[in-house]
Ligand binder design. Structure first.
Ligand SMILES: Cc1cc2nc3c(=O)[nH]c(=O)nc-3n(C[C@H](O)[C@H](O)[C@H](O)COP(=O)(O)OP(=O)(O)OC[C@H]3O[C@@H](n4cnc5c(N)ncnc54)[C@H](O)[C@@H]3O)c2cc1C
Length: 436
């Protein structure tokens, strides 16, 4: 076990970013300490829960289904979406360029060498639907990892374990960093507290009982502490003015440990934080009927066929179709004065087009079981997890007639939904069983 004085680097956070950083350091023969506030059960952070949709450009998976992609097209899409227009965007621009080169170049092979494979169907996230130079992906680029999130973290957890066996790495769980130690304007290490052991299940909130303190020093400290999504106070404080007032009800797509604390800690040590208001939210979020973390939200990965109505029964304007422009849609929904909207769809649409994001909502892909995949996706009815939401989900109304559906919608949102307005478009289209 390396002593603190022998370390080459400290990594704060054992999510995917921290694991990848540690794995690269170990590969280079460096000595690294990885410091993580959560118990070992949560190793891998958010990525374990993720769907494992990875951005690749001009891949064999795309070419196989005749998608024509290129680095130039992806660059146009990226810059059109980012809308870089601030002086502080210099590094984000450079980072975008480097990542585009990676995604069009060595990324797929680099992952495959580490055992990460892909499901042959490429998804189309954030289509945009505006002009060629505007927001969105012009073509499908969402490559689904075979085995979803757990398969994305697997090689890097294995690399860390190897590093530990070889005496190059140490993993310090239940160690919470509270300070970046600086000397002469340079970060020389981390200081923090040790937290009481906790047998919380993966993703569940753990205790914050302090039982000791620690300090580690190294020539390099890498902060990979995740975002702010589990801390709604911070989300509200940084809410962008352009998106109106923050909705009263927010769900968390991420565990409570995504608390954003390290941002303030890094700032205290002299880091210059930029673009705090450029946050990302999904509007198609529903309350998990079987939550793991507080206010656990699950995102619907929708196809385009559902009718999407705002709280008052107006159809959302083009191009705000499901899966096209989540921030544009959020801005629109917030402008209605309500913080909810309605997806109206038939049983056949839910069976064909309705998926839920997250590894645990896709046990067939996560379990890498082709047999289970074919059973879940080809047999009658929606997948098991989607059917469970229909049955138990607090945000779902399942009805056989339009009047029953409208009654259910009104019961859920008593502030109102204009029945006549909601009804007209449905009467002109087909379908009997209808769901939110
Ligand atoms: C349900 C879900 C689905 C997703 N689907 C996709 C997808 O399909 N495609 C995609 O690209 N992305 C997806 N994402 C997003 C992606 O998973 C995350 O962006 C990514 O995993 C973040 O990794 P990270 O290492 O930066 O942060 P995290 O995973 O949050 O890890 C940060 C770690 O730092 C620790 N930490 C924080 N502060 C301290 C401190 N002071 N001291 C010690 N430790 C600290 C935290 O406990 C945590 O373990 C999804 C996320 C979720 C939750």
């Amino acid at each position: 076990m390396p002593q603190s004085r022998e370390l080459d680097a400290i990594v704060v956070g054992a999510g995917l970013s921290g694991l990848v950083a540690a794995a690269e350091l170990i590969d280079a023969g460096k000595r690294v300490a990885i410091v993580e506030q959560e118990p070992e059960a949560s190793l891998g952070g958010q990525a374990w829960w993720s769907f494992g949709g990875l951005f690749l450009i001009d891949s064999p998976e795309q070419r196989r289904i005749s998608i024509k992609d290129s680095l130039e097209l992806a660059r146009q899409d990226w810059f059109g979406t980012a809308g870089f227009d601030r002086a502080e965007d210099e590094w984000p621009r450079r980072w975008a360029e480097a990542y585009l080169q990676f995604a069009a170049g060595e990324k797929r092979e680099w992952l495959r060498e580490r055992g990460v494979g892909f499901f042959p169907v490429v998804g189309w996230a954030e289509r945009g639907g505006y002009t060629a130079l505007g927001h969105g992906n012009s073509v499908p680029r969402f490559h689904i990892t075979w085995g979803t999130g757990p398969a994305v973290i697997e090689p890097f957890v294995a690399a860390l374990r190897r590093g530990i066996d070889e005496g190059l790495a140490t993993l310090h769980v239940r160690h919470r960093v509270d300070e970046l130690v600086t000397e002469n304007g340079t970060v020389v290490g981390v200081r923090g507290v040790t937290l009481a052991p906790d047998d919380a299940a993966r993703g569940a909130a753990s205790n914050r009982t302090v039982v000791g303190d620690f300090e580690l020093r190294a020539p390099a400290t890498i902060v990979t502490s995740g975002g702010i999504g589990g801390n709604h106070d911070l989300v509200r404080a940084q809410w962008p003015a352009r998106m109106g007032a923050a909705p009263q009800n927010l769900l968390s797509g991420v565990p409570a440990h995504v608390d954003g604390r390290m941002l303030g800690i890094a700032e205290n040590a002299g880091a210059r934080l930029i673009n705090g208001d450029r946050m990302w939210h999904y509007v198609e979020g529903i309350q998990n009927w079987d939550p793991v973390w507080p206010k656990h939200g699950i995102r619907i990965l929708p196809g385009p066929s559902s009718v999407w109505l705002d709280a008052t029964g107006h159809r959302l304007p083009a191009p705000l179709f499901p899966g096209f422009d989540t921030l544009g849609t959020l801005e629109h929904i917030v402008s209605t004065g309500y913080d909810h909207s309605w997806f109206v769809l038939t049983q056949s649409i839910i069976e064909k087009e309705f998926a839920l994001s997250g590894s645990e909502q896709n046990p067939d892909l996560t379990g890498k079981s082709m047999r289970e995949l074919l059973k879940q996706r080809l047999s009658t009815g929606a997948t098991g997890p989607v059917e469970a939401f229909k049955k138990h989900g607090a945000d779902f109304v399942v009805a056989d007639t339009l009047d029953e559906l409208l009654d259910g919608m009104q019961n859920l949102t008593p502030r109102h939904c204009d029945r006549r307005r909601s009804r007209a478009p449905r009467d002109r289209s087909s379908g009997s069983r209808t769901h939110q």
